[in-house]
Structure formats: C-alpha cells, structure tokens
Design a protein. Sequence first.
Length: 442
Amino acid sequence: MERTIFHIDVNSAFLSWTAVDMLEHGETLDIRTIPSIIGGDSASRHGIVLAKSVPAKAYGIVTAETVASAFRKCPILKSYSPDHRMYQRRSREMMSLLRNYTDDIQQLSVNECFLDFTPISHQYESPMAAATIIKEEIKSRLGFTVNIGIAPNKLLAKMASDFTKPDRIHTLYPDEIPGKMWPLSVDDLYMVGHSSATRLKSLGIRTIGELAATDPEYLKQEFKSHGQLMWEYANGIADNQVITEKREEKSIGNSTTVSHDVTTAEEAKRILLALSDSVSARLRKSEMLAQSITVEIKYSDFTNNSHQMGLLSPTNITSTIYDTACTLFDTLWNGQPIRLLGVRSAKLLHTDAPVQLSLFDMMETTVSSSGVIDNKNSLIPNEEDNMQRKHSTLPPANPTEKKSSYVPSQQKLQQLDHAIDSIRTRYGDTALVRGSSLLDKK
C-alpha cells in the first residue's frame, strides 16, 4: 500500500489563536476580519510582523517585515503582541484532537505537523474525506482553520498545504507534480532560501520545473550537497516516514464525526464498538491499562455532552471497554440526532503495574437457563444456587430451555484480543472485523 501523509498547518496561527482567545474572553470583534497583525511591541511599533490577517495582506503587508513598515502601508492597522504561552496551549489542544485519529503524528513546529494516514485509511472513504472531517472538526471544536496537504511523502504534503489558503485541502501526487508544483518559482520550494533562490535565478533557473530538469551534478558543483537536495525536492523525492515522538500517555481515545446524523441506539452502538476496538488496540500497543472510560456525544446542534465511569479493574480488553461505553451511552443519550461519538480511556497504568484483580477476573463461568452458575473454579457452592438466583440479575428458571451462555474469563478475552492484534499486524487492519459491526440496522 502506498503511504499517504497529511501536512496540517494552522492558517496564520498566531493571529488566529489570538483572535480565538480574545473571543473566548468576551471580545466581540474577530480581528481576523480586519487589517491586523501580530508582532513586536504593539505600543512602540517595534519588531517584525509574525502573522497577518487576510485584510492586512490586501494592503501588501508580508510576514517578517517591520511593524513600522506595515503601519506605513495601512495606517488603520491593529497590532497585537504575541503570547507564546497561549500559543503553546492552543497547539497542545490541536495535537490532542489529532491524536483522537492516530498517534502517528510528527510535530514540525508549534502550528504544523505531519500525520501518517496510511494505518487508518481503511476507516474512511478516501484521504480527502478524512481530511475534510479533520479540518471541519478543528474549526468547530477549536475555532480556527487549517490547510491540509495530502501526498505520498512529507515534502509533497507540505508543499500541497502551502497552495491557496485559508481553510483548504490540496493533494500533490506524483502525477500532479508537473501541473501543480513545477510552474512555481524556486522561491516556493521547501528548503530553498532567499540566497539560494537568488543564485538559482542568476543561473537561469527560475521555476521548480527548471530546477527539476537541471543536471544534479551541475547543481552539486554550484551548491555542494544542498544542490543535490534541491534537485531531489524539485522532483518530489523525499522521506515519507512520520517520526512519532515517544510520550507518556495520559489518555487514549478516538472519536468520529459521522457522515449522517445517527438517530438509533443500535447504530450508535455499532460505532461505539469500532471506537472501543480502536482504543483498546492502541492501549495494548502502548502496553497500557485504563482505569476509567469516557463517552462523548456531540449532537446535530453542536452541543456536547460527556460522561465518565471508573472501572473495577484496569483493562485494555475490547469487550470490557465496549460494554462500559454502551452503559455510559445509555445513561447519556437524550434521544437527539448524533453528529459525533467518542470513546476515551484515562487514568492509565502500565501493564506491568501491580493491580488488584476482581472476583470476576479469576472466574470462567457458564450461566445456564436455570440461572445456575457452573464454574470450574466456582466459589459459590451448588447448595446456594437458589440464594444466588434470588439476589442476582440472572434470568429466571425456564425448564424447557436447554441452552446456556458461556461467559469467558478475562484471561480468555485477553487471549482473543491478542490473537486479533496479531492477525491484523500481519495481514492488515481490515483482515478481521468484529461481526456485530457488520449488522444492518433493523
């Protein structure tokens, strides 16, 4: 399978985040809609422009020019000082949201990252459909817009995200390079700075396409190793590995914005099963156990509601997480159409941490139709069957029913999950799909 990489870049990040912060603190004017900049000292007008609004760009204001120069171009310009602590907080919020989709994320700077879409591609109709969901969720939940570039490697994904802005998605596949990338100026190629671009133009190389067609040996003579790099980038040759940073997990979750409003519990629980399957698999991959589960619901009117439940024993077993999610859903759902569902595990422990097992972790039972618990290691004597039935939620006796339902032990459930993980690792995530997720609505 060909790798697919997303490059996600916040549009005019510092200005967008300042605007969101001001709106959240009672400001009624969105500074993104007026000529405005972030840069230097707003009172003394010292420093350089770090970010600009679209209306400011119309006055010819560019990033990195002096604030004083920007005011000469636009006397009605509004300037705001940077708040790097707040920017870090906004960045963490975005990365946390993106990790609901996948942990395969490489942060490039405070406002941009690469996301490896390949392992989760089977969950979506197409890369474009997934990118649209991600872009719209960032906008609706966090209040700012992003550009997303889609390509088979990191370089092309980054180049694609720099095409027309804001709030756009662009692809840049190998067959699109001649039409989309090669006509651009060499200034626009990643890793070609001002001095390199000036020198390339003095050599008659003005476009990325002309750079791609230049003899790489000639470029190496002129620019040493950087010449080879520029030639490779001009031809779309670059690394496609997203380097995920190792980090201590505080929570692991997943959510999905559905393509149509969900109106029945049956459909919602099929989605919860897929989410629980994803979350539990990530827990096992990280060698973590969850001590609490949270279910989130976003309704069609964009209101949110969530509820959390602690677990008797830490777990990463799919069925346990799913059962808990269903219990939370039944308590939480108000019957309104659902736009988004999420499942999150928290209070994580490493799998080798000492934990106290519950009674049911050690039992493997067969519950017969008469309500009798038949346990190979039963801790309940048979003579207490009547008392057990009286105080339990087991079904009443039915002498005509001969069937019994098997309740597997936690160990058996763990073995099942690990077997599924092993098959998916070897043959792909779609090699096994849980049967109840395939059922049609009734």
